[in-house]
Design a protein around this ligand. Structure first.
Ligand code: PLP
Length: 400
């Protein structure tokens, strides 16, 4: 897309194009699956899974998404400070010193344990401040949330701190992508028992949320429950055993910066882990693990050039990748190379890369580093480009 390079003429051609229209369509697709009166909480942690939280947050607000969620208070404050007015939930954990800043910026605190609850209640009482929280229960994930044995004390603390408003109770599934429903069913039973106990103790918020992308696509949602969806709105595949009709939002590309003919026996890259066995055309790409292209893709990744797959040969280094383009007719200096995304009808997904290196698409997307400019496009036009060292640019039309 020439528009992308136009926006960044002084930059290396390694960019991540973000298809804002695809993002909007994924949001619509997820919302269309929700039961009556259920709402989407868009999860934008880790810079919106590498897509840029600021831009994605503004798009969510434009789409009227009910709530955004991030992991860190810092992430929430950045959205607030840059004009995102939507309700924001911090999944946490927060430390005690962060609570005043969260309250001052109208951030909803996901309270993940008895200590955090104690600190929130104390802050509210001592300062006469209203604090909005969502209370997290550990129904079997074993990571964050109140356990059954914490509930009596929690209820006492809350009844003693009327300024702390519990807007919702929530929990998180450990195995929602697993086709075997037994773990999910066990967590739901545990959650229901804990919610009932809280109700008997006088803590009775009507709102619940439980489902992530995988649980949403398995339709493990009760009417009225909200869902917390990250991967799916970015077009990731939430389930291993079903194909969701979502569109990848991010396309990561670069251009061939060096191409050369080499005879058999030519070593390539650090450690000379690849040696040509034929007359070869080897191309060098200006992207490396410093940009988030995983070093484990050494001698195993593939990229697209002229709509064909070209294997990564030799080690991925910090700033460079070498590929074998011998079998690609007409290949030239300056040709586009696609690391993630579609080219000429062929596609490389974050899922494919993840499978090759034994991780999950989440990590592949999150890893794309700040060195890679994000270019936001709609209907083939560049809306805004967030550049290296300038990635804090405001979304067009948003107040600072
Ligand atoms: C990251 C996260 C989500 C979103 O998960 P996806 O699988 O990306 O939809 C939901 N809830 C919590 C608590 C999370 O940490």
């Amino acid at each position: 897309m020439s528009s992308a390079s136009d926006a960044l003429t002084l930059f290396r051609p390694t960019v991540a194009e973000i298809d804002v229209d695809a993002f909007r369509r994924n949001i619509a697709a997820v919302r269309a699956m929700l039961p009556y009166e259920s709402q989407l909480i868009a999860v934008l942690k880790a810079d919106a899974y590498g897509h840029g939280a600021l831009a994605m947050g503004h798009v969510c607000a434009e789409e009227g998404v009910a709530m955004l969620a991030v992991a860190l208070l810092e992430e929430a404050l950045e959205l607030r400070d840059r004009g995102v007015r939507a309700p924001i939930l911090v999944l946490g954990p927060l430390i005690s010193a962060q609570i005043p800043a969260a309250a001052a910026s109208d951030i909803t605190i996901g309270v993940i344990g008895p200590e955090e609850l104690r600190d929130v209640c104390r802050f509210s009482r001592q300062n006469g401040r209203e604090v909005t929280i969502h209370l997290k229960l550990d129904s079997g994930m074993g990571r964050m949330g109140l356990l059954p044995g914490d509930l009596d004390d929690a209820a006492r603390l809350l009844l003693d701190a009327p300024g702390v408003r519990v807007d919702a109770i929530y929990s998180h599934f450990a195995n929602a992508s697993d086709p075997d429903p037994s773990s999910v069913e066990g967590q739901v039973v545990q959650f229901d028992a804990m919610v009932a106990r809280l109700e008997r103790l006088g803590i009775t918020p009507s709102l619940r949320h439980f489902a992530n992308s995988a649980a949403t696509f398995r339709k493990i949602i009760r009417p009225g429950d909200w869902v917390r969806v990250g991967l799916a709105i970015f077009g990731g595949e939430p389930l291993d055993d079903q194909h969701a009709r979502l569109e990848p939002v991010l396309r990561w590309s670069t251009q061939i910066a060096r191409i050369k003919q080499l005879p058999p026996g030519s070593p390539i890259g650090y450690g000379s882990t690849f040696v040509t066995t034929r007359d070869s055309l080897i191309a060098t790409l200006p992207v490396g693990y410093g940009d988030g292209y995983n070093r484990a893709l050494s001698n195993c990744g593939e990229v697209l050039v002229r709509g064909q797959r070209a294997p990564v040969v030799g080690r991925v280094s910090m700033d460079l990748v070498t590929i074998d383009v011998t079998d690609i007719p007409g290949v030239r200096y300056g040709d586009e190379a696609v690391l993630i995304g579609e080219q000429g009808g062929e596609r490389i997904t974050a899922e494919e890369i993840a499978a090759k290196i034994g991780t999950i698409p989440y990590e592949v997307l999150c890893a794309i580093s700040v060195r890679v400019p994000r270019i936001y496009e709609s209907r083939g036009r560049v809306l805004v480009a967030s550049r290296f060292r300038d990635e804090r640019r405001a979304w067009p039309g948003a107040e600072e």
